[in-house]
Design a protein around this ligand. Structure first.
Ligand SMILES: [Ca+2]
Ligand SMILES: [Ca+2]
Length: 79
């Protein structure tokens, strides 16, 4: 999967969606859903569902995805 988005763009995308509700530095599941569906819909065309993706990203299991945890997705996107 390839993307033409630059890392700085991904950071601003993260910040834009993370600020929608609750903690502005963390993506809730709802925010992640919106981000993926809007920016990277092709990620959901494979076998992984949003639930799988969220579980994979939320390493510390606090129910939110930090920018650090989001890097896993960034790597996926840039592969
Ligand atoms: Ca948030
Ligand atoms: Ca987390």
């Amino acid at each position: 999967m390839s993307t033409n988005k630059f890392p700085e763009e991904l950071k601003s995308i993260f910040e834009e969606y993370a600020a929608k509700e609750g903690d502005p530095n963390q993506l809730s599941k709802e925010e992640l859903k919106l981000l993926i569906e809007t920016e990277f819909p092709s990620l959901l065309k494979g076998p992984s569902t949003l639930d799988d993706l969220f579980q994979e990203l939320d390493r510390n299991g606090d129910g939110e995805v930090s920018f650090e945890e989001f890097q896993v997705l960034v790597k996926k996107i840039s592969q």
